[in-house]
Design a protein around this ligand. Structure first.
Ligand code: FMN
Length: 494
C-alpha cells in the first residue's frame, strides 16, 4: 500500500464540504440539521439509561442531540451515521459505490499533515492536573446491566512500539475512576502493541479522540495491515491530508479537529475488572479482568460536543459493516473474480452473516467461495452464496434463493470447531463460565450454496418476469382520482 499525495486523489463532491479546511463533525451535523435529520432534546436528560433510550428510539431516523445531558453543559450527540444512504452521502458516492470508494481509499492512503498546537481546535482547552472525567464529560451508562459509564465512540490511537507507525481502532472503555479506565482489547493491532510494550515492562501511550466526522470514524474500522495508519485512510476519504496535532502529554498524533481528546497510557501488568457491558450482538459481555488506562491529560475545543454510540444500534452496526464488506469483497474477488457484491445482514448484527452475489461458471465454485469467506474474518459464521439475479441487499431475496435453489443434503457446508466471535453467546455453551481467552469463541461455520445449476433443463430455474414490469409508466397510466371506478360501482349497484 502506498501513501499518495493529495493531487493523485480523485475529487468527490461532498455535499457537506466547506470551501477550505478539514471536514469536521460539526460540518456533518450542520448538514444533517439542514436536511431535517437532527432531533434536538433541549431539556435535562439523565446520563443513566434515559439518554440511550431516547437515542435508540431515534435510531436510523434522526441523530439525537442532547443539550443538557446529566447536568453538563457539554452536549451529547448520537446516531449521526445510522443509515447506509447517509454514509454514502458523507462519502459523496451512490450507495452502490460505497464499498468500491472505501476500498480505493484504503488502498491509497494519504499522509496526515501535522499542524502546530496553537492551530489545533482539539487543544483549545487543556487539562493536565486534577482530572476528573465524570466532572469534565457527560459519559452515559447505556444498557440495563452495564457496569457503569462507558466511552463507546472514541478513536483509540497508539503507535506500534516496534515501528512508531500509528493505529486507530474503536474500543469500549469503562470509566471507573476520575482518571482511570478499563479497555477491551480483542486480539488485533492495539492488543499486539500493548503486548509488545508490556513485554518490555513499559506503558503504551494512547489517545482517545471523541467527536470526529463520519469518514474518520469509518476509516478507523478498516481491516488493514498492522503498519497502516487509519488516519491516512481518513485523509484519502476526505480527499485531503488529515490535519493532526501532537498530544500534550506524549507523542501520539490525533485529528486536530476532534471535539475532545483523552490522553493516557495503558499500564503494563495491571488488570482491573470490566463489564458486564451490552454489546453489538445485543447480549452482555461478562465481567473480566482488562487492561487499564491511566489518564494523563484531557484536551478539547471550546464548547465541545461529546459523541456516544448506543451499542447495537445502526451506527454501531454499520460502522463495522461497511469497511468489513469492502475488505471481504476485495478478499473474495482476489481468488474468485465472479464475486460481484457482498452484504453483512442486519439480522446477523452486521458481523456474522455474509451474503455473497456470485456469477458461477462451474459447479462447485460456490463452495470454494464459502470456504474463502470463512477464512477472511473469524467473525463470519454463516455464508449464503446467491446468483447474480438475486439482490444481495434484500433479506427477502436471500430467503427466496435459499427456499428455491438450496438442498441441505447437497448444498450445505458445515465446519466444526473453528474460531468465531467470542461475543456470540452460543459459543459459550458447554464452556465453564471462567473459560480462559484461548478457549473462548469456538464456533461452527455454516455455508449455504443457494446458486442454481450452471446448466438447467428448460425453464425450471428461470425466474418469472413480466415483460415491461420495469418500464411501465404509472404516472401516465393511473388516473388522478377514482371517478371512473366510483361511476362503475354506482352503475353496478343502481
Ligand atoms: C462502536 C465500536 C466499538 C468497538 N469496540 C471494540 C472493543 O471494545 N474492543 C475491540 O477490540 N474492538 C472493538 N471494536 C472493533 C475495532 O474497533 C475494529 O475491529 C478495528 O478495525 C480494529 O482495528 P485494528 O485492526 O487496527 O486493531 C469496536 C468497533 C466499533 C464500531
Amino acid at each position: 500500500m502506498n501513501t499518495r499525495d493529495a493531487a493523485s486523489h480523485g475529487t468527490f463532491h461532498l455535499a457537506w464540504s466547506r470551501p477550505s479546511g478539514a471536514l469536521t463533525l460539526r460540518d456533518w451535523l450542520a448538514h444533517l440539521a439542514r436536511t431535517g435529520r437532527v432531533a434536538t432534546i433541549d431539556r435535562p436528560v439523565a446520563l443513566e439509561h434515559e439518554l440511550a433510550a431516547i437515542a435508540r428510539r431515534l435510531d436510523g431516523t434522526q441523530a439525537a442531540f442532547f443539550t443538557q445531558p446529566g447536568g453538563h453543559d457539554v452536549p451529547v450527540v448520537s446516531g449521526f451515521m445510522s443509515r447506509r444512504a447517509w454514509i454514502a452521502e458523507a462519502m459523496g458516492v451512490a450507495e452502490a459505490d460505497l464499498l468500491a470508494r472505501f476500498r480505493d481509499a484504503a488502498g491509497q492512503p494519504l499522509a496526515s499533515q501535522e499542524i502546530p498546537r496553537a492551530e489545533a481546535a482539539c487543544q483549545q482547552v487543556v487539562h493536565t492536573s486534577g482530572i476528573d472525567l465524570h466532572a469534565l464529560l457527560p459519559i452515559p451508562t447505556h444498557s440495563e446491566h452495564d457496569n457503569g459509564p462507558y466511552l463507546t465512540a472514541g478513536l483509540v490511537i497508539a503507535r506500534n512500539p516496534r515501528t512508531g507507525v500509528q493505529n486507530v481502532s474503536i474500543n469500549r472503555i469503562q470509566v471507573h475512576g476520575p482518571d482511570r479506565m478499563a479497555i477491551l482489547l480483542l486480539p488485533r493491532h492495539l492488543h499486539a502493541f500493548q503486548k509488545t510494550a508490556e513485554e518490555a515492562g513499559e506503558a503504551l501511550d494512547v489517545a482517545i479522540a471523541i467527536g470526529v466526522d463520519p469518514l474518520t470514524m469509518l476509516a478507523s474500522q478498516a481491516i488493514s495491515p498492522i503498519d497502516s495508519d487509519e488516519l491516512e485512510i481518513a485523509g484519502a476519504l476526505h480527499g485531503a491530508p488529515l490535519p493532526v496535532v501532537r498530544c500534550v502529554s506524549h507523542g501520539v498524533n490525533v485529528p486536530a479537529f476532534a471535539e475532545i481528546v483523552i490522553e493516557g497510557r495503558i499500564l503494563p501488568n495491571v488488570r482491573e475488572p470490566e463489564g458486564p457491558f451490552g454489546e453489538f450482538p445485543k447480549y452482555y459481555s461478562a465481567r473480566e479482568a482488562r487492561e487499564v488506562i491511566e489518564v494523563t491529560a484531557v484536551t478539547h475545543r471550546e464548547k465541545p460536543i461529546f459523541h456516544t454510540i448506543v451499542p447495537a444500534e445502526m451506527e454501531h452496526l454499520l460502522l463495522g459493516a461497511i469497511p468489513r464488506e469492502a475488505s471481504l469483497l476485495a478478499h473474495l474477488q482476489r481468488s474468485h473474480p465472479g464475486v460481484k457484491d457482498v452484504h453483512l445482514s442486519v439480522g446477523g448484527v452486521c458481523r456474522y452473516h455474509l451474503w455473497v452475489q456470485f456469477d458461477k461458471k462451474r459447479e462447485g465454485e460456490a463452495k470454494n467461495v464459502i470456504l474463502c469467506a470463512f477464512g477472511a474474518h473469524y467473525d463470519i459464521k454463516q455464508v449464503v452464496v446467491v446468483d447474480t439475479d438475486v439482490d444481495v441487499h434484500d433479506p427477502a431475496e436471500i430467503e427466496w434463493a435459499v427456499a428455491t435453489r438450496f438442498q441441505a443434503d447437497r448444498d450445505l457446508v458445515v465446519i466444526e470447531g473453528a474460531q468465531g466471535s467470542p461475543l456470540d453467546p452460543s459459543t459459550t455453551v458447554g464452556q465453564p463460565e471462567d473459560a480462559p481467552p484461548h478457549l473462548q469463541g469456538v464456533s461452527a461455520k455454516m455455508g449455504l450454496d443457494a446458486t442454481r445449476p450452471v446448466v438447467y433443463a428448460s425453464h425450471v430455474f428461470t425466474r418469472v418476469r413480466i415483460p415491461g414490469q420495469d418500464t411501465v409508466d404509472l404516472d401516465a397510466l393511473v388516473a388522478a382520482d377514482n371517478t371512473a371506478f366510483d361511476a362503475y360501482l354506482d352503475g353496478a349497484h343502481g
